[in-house]
Design a protein around this ligand. Structure first.
Ligand code: 4AD
Length: 456
């Protein structure tokens, strides 16, 4: 109808005062005409009225179809997922009724843009949260349309923004090391190997070695890159590809490293929660979340072994833990859940840690290493000081049976002006599993990759 005022296109999340100017100067106040574009998220049809919750990925808007509109073929055949344009008037939500953001759109015209196949049940039962997990993973592209999965993805983006902001505040520079490499960092058993123009190459397990080479010219650095691990076991916290947030700091002590880690984790949480929309998603996903208080509990590996013995938590063989044991996932999680606060677990024995870790000058049996453990998930960060003495590093290659040749560029760091330095890697999906109280890291990435799954 050309006599009507031209409709304004709005985003469904436009509730902040800047945009609600629309409202203030009579656009969103009752009577304002708008045009919205989105897909049907929820649908409730009654005899004379159809309630549609429309979403465009930014928010939700209740739209009400009445009168002749309800009697059209298009209205009677609407399905969840259908994309459409709705024109109409903003109205106040009637008293005692509820709608997202307390607003609703009374339609006077609509057009279907893309019809969704099937009916409401077809999509909702395929992606029901209690469906068989394999079905959910096969339909991840539809699961992502759900309120829970999309909320996690929005928190994920906010957390990434917060990390970048935090690193910027710390005057750290972002770099992007290669994913295709010819060296290992965290042991040969989890390497993904491939043919690189006739040579052996691997998908990177960690960008740490590359970050170390950046320190002399770029200062403290970080990266946000995928890391790859051919993990043999299916656990709820292991992926084959994950987003690895890694940082490397020059001229520091082990205590500096721990203080920095604590500051970064707390600042990231602070920045993330400062956005009220994101804080709302976290509340929805993890109603009991409380930001951790500083200082974090610091516990040496040797004391953790004692603690596990005192609490009768056995090792993987069912025996009491002994110094030198790897603390397995189950035991680690039990301990973290009982202590129920973030823990810096430090000073792991050298024999169960990577070749590059600096020894503790006071006890050469152990390394200046740290795992950050969070309730509900366990380890979310692994970090350490790096061996910075040339001879010591050469001895470490030998001890591990590694050929030092492919590592010449890494070794050169110790040859051309070495320095005490250290860093860490944080698994973004594990951080999110903790923050959003997800059962598994697989829910914390867009399309999870784990043993046996590379689709969609
Ligand atoms: O403890 P990791 O193996 O340490 C390193 O890779 C170091 N080179 C990092 C560094 O110092 N720059 O891994 C670090 C973190 C773990 O704490 C965990 O959060 C995550 O990476 N991680 C995984 N996340 C998901 N799936 C997997 N298979 C993971 N393996 C490690």
């Amino acid at each position: 109808d050309p006599s009507l005022p031209k409709p304004v296109k709005i985003r469904l999340d436009e509730t902040d005062p800047a945009v609600v100017k629309l409202r203030a100067n009579d656009s969103d106040t009752p009577g304002t005409r708008v045009r919205v574009l989105g897909r049907i998220h929820r649908l409730r049809a009654q005899k004379d009225v159809i309630f549609i919750t429309l979403t465009d990925g930014y928010g939700y808007l209740q739209c009400v179809l009445t009168g002749d509109l309800v009697k059209t073929y298009d209205a009677m055949t609407l399905t969840i997922g259908t994309s459409m344009a709705i024109h109409g008037e903003m109205r106040a939500v009637p008293p005692k009724q509820h709608a997202p953001n307390d607003r609703e759109l009374h339609a006077d015209f609509f057009t279907v843009i893309g019809r969704a196949a099937g009916d409401k049940e077809a999509i909702t039962t395929r992606v029901a949260p209690d469906a068989d997990p394999q079905t959910l993973y096969d339909n991840r592209h539809l699961v992502l349309r759900g309120e829970t999965a999309s909320a996690v993805m929005k928190v994920r983006a906010a957390v990434l923004r917060a990390f970048r902001k935090t690193f910027e505040e710390q005057r750290m520079l972002e770099v992007t090391p290669p994913a295709m490499v010819q060296t290992q960092v965290e042991g040969g058993s989890t390497l993904f190997k491939f043919d690189y123009y006739g040579e052996n190459a691997y998908l990177t397990q960690s960008s740490q070695l590359y970050l170390e080479t950046c320190l002399p010219s770029l200062g403290d650095v970080f990266c946000v890159c995928p890391s790859f691990r051919a993990e043999k076991s299916l656990t709820r916290r292991h992926l084959s590809e994950y987003t690895h947030i890694e940082a490397e700091l020059d001229f520091i002590t082990f205590d500096d490293l721990l203080d920095h880690l604590e500051a970064v984790v707390c600042r990231v949480i602070e920045l993330t929660l400062a956005d009220p929309v994101i804080a709302g998603y976290i509340k929805q996903l993890n109603p009991d979340f409380k930001p951790p208080s500083r200082p974090f509990k610091r516990m040496k590996y040797a004391d953790a072994i004692e603690w596990l013995r005192e609490h009768d938590i056995p090792n993987e063989e069912g025996q009491p833990h002994l110094f030198g044991d790897d603390i397995a996932e189950a035991a680690e999680r039990k301990m973290t859940d009982i202590i129920n606060q973030p823990i810096f677990l430090t000073h792991f024995p050298k024999d169960i840690k990577a070749f590059y870790m600096q020894r503790d000058p006071e006890d050469p049996r152990v390394t200046e290493s740290v795992d950050v453990l969070m309730p509900g998930v366990g380890e979310i960060v692994g970090g350490s000081m790096r061996m910075h003495d040339y001879d010591e590093l050469m001895a470490a290659y030998k001890h591990e049976g590694m050929d030092p040749a492919p590592y010449y560029w890494y070794t050169d760091q110790r040859k051309y002006g070495t320095s005490p330095h250290g860093g860490y890697g944080l698994g973004l999906e594990r951080f999110l599993a903790w923050l959003c109280a997800r059962y598994t890291v697989r829910e914390c990435c867009l399309y999870p990759r784990f043993t046996g799954r590379c689709t969609p």
